[in-house]
Design a protein around this ligand. Structure first.
Ligand SMILES: *Cc1c(COP(=O)(O)O)cnc(C)c1O
Length: 373
């Protein structure tokens, strides 16, 4: 049985976006595509092959995500943004590291404990573990602080079974002055630790890769731009990215209600004229955020139908009064792939006070992902 909610994922849009990003790189600069969180909610099963064919490396967050790529049969380098040392010392950690090292997953390390555990795993597995060191240059999240980085780099270079292959950082903002400062701190650490030779140095997410070319270094790590959304409203350069996702479902029920009727939980919307309502088979249980209640709109027969009342777990009421031809079974465009539409990912993010990343990542398992064109 197939789900009636379908996220159409456009192959040509993803290809277009990757080509645009490539076009901004020097020929030797690599592209590491962030495919974490099920390709930002777009469906690993559907588009990983497409992305893997056009990237030099894939990036994930968790051991399960890393292993899933190998299970799907891809041999491409895979960088994990963490080391698996999130597990406490013990059998679970040993098993996870051994599987990752034997599957040639590149691990991120941020301290001596992680380095030691990875080295031990390499010994058990009988294979060199590839690692990148992450430096915290100002985001104040994960990574080693700059003053503690040079001794750690020194130790990593001596550690048996471990090959330090890269050093990187992550940017906290699209603000250029702050980003440039982070970049200087990274380059300073590397300067103090034997230089760039033999290492892959990387820093740029989508925003920096597009807007700050000097941050591209040896490799960029774009995510959101691959899927077709502008990484930030503050950017100066706006590439003609094409949103990859279009979410559709059938109109469930249509009915006429008298003026004065109030709709859905809490009766938060009252119709001031005789109205025709329709039901969309989607709710917050599918990732259609409840905070869009009374704010967003969907499209039926090419026209906007405003969302009325509170969004429920499995259904949402839309106003069809101005679309009199609408009838049950019609296609509802719940999320548009036109960036200028009211129901675009970017506008839904704006309306709900979040970012495009969260709109697509939240789409649930009741939504079928289907690759188109
Ligand atoms: C998710 C992530 C990226 C990709 O960021 P985008 O803003 O989606 O381009 C790059 N680097 C790290 C460390 C990340 O966690």
């Amino acid at each position: 049985m197939e789900s009636y909610l379908t996220a159409e994922i456009s192959a040509s849009a993803v290809t277009n976006n990757l080509t645009l990003l490539r076009g901004r790189l020097a020929p030797a600069t690599k592209l590491c595509a962030a495919v974490k969180a099920d390709c930002y909610g777009h469906g690993r099963q559907q588009i990983l092959g497409l992305i893997a064919g056009k990237a030099d490396c894939l990036a994930v967050a968790t051991p399960e995500e890393a292993v899933a790529i190998r299970r799907l049969g891809y041999e491409i380098p895979v960088l994990m943004f963490f080391s698996a040392c999130t597990y406490p010392d013990g059998a679970e950690l040993r098993d996870a590291l051994d599987e990752l090292v034997s599957k040639r997953i590149i691990l991120t390390v941020v301290n001596q404990r992680e380095a030691d555990r990875v080295s031990e795993s390499a010994g058990r597995v009988g294979r060199t573990a590839l690692v990148h060191l992450k430096v915290d240059t100002g985001m104040t999240r994960s990574g080693v602080l700059p003053d503690q980085a040079p001794p750690l780099i020194d130790n990593l270079r001596k550690l048996p079974g471990v090959k330090l292959e890269g050093i990187y950082t992550h940017f906290a903002t699209a603000d250029k002055a702050f980003t440039n400062r982070q970049l200087e701190i990274l380059l300073d650490v590397i300067g103090k630790s034997g230089g760039r030779a033999g290492l892959t140095i990387h820093a740029a997410n989508s925003a920096a890769a597009i807007d700050l070319p000097r941050s591209q270094l040896d490799m960029i790590r774009p995510g959101i731009a691959i899927y077709g959304y502008q990484p930030s409203d503050e950017m100066i350069t706006r590439l003609p990215l094409r949103p990859a996702l279009r979410l559709i479902g059938p109109l469930m029920q249509v009915k006429d209600v008298p003026a004065g009727s109030s709709t859905s939980y809490g009766l938060t919307y009252t119709f001031d004229r005789p109205s025709r309502i329709g039901l969309a088979p989607i709710g917050y249980g599918d990732g259609y955020l409840r905070c869009l209640s009374n704010k967003s709109a969907m499209r039926v027969r090419g026209r906007y139908a405003p969302v009325r009342g509170t969004i429920c777990m499995d259904q949402t009421v839309i106003d069809l009064t101005d679309i009199p031809q609408a009838s049950a079974g019609d296609e509802i465009e719940i999320i548009s792939n036109d960036p200028a539409a009211i129901n675009s990912v970017e506008n839904l993010a704006r309306l709900s006070g979040t970012i495009p990343y969260e709109i697509t990542c939240r789409l649930g398992s009741r939504v079928r992902r289907k690759l188109v064109d």
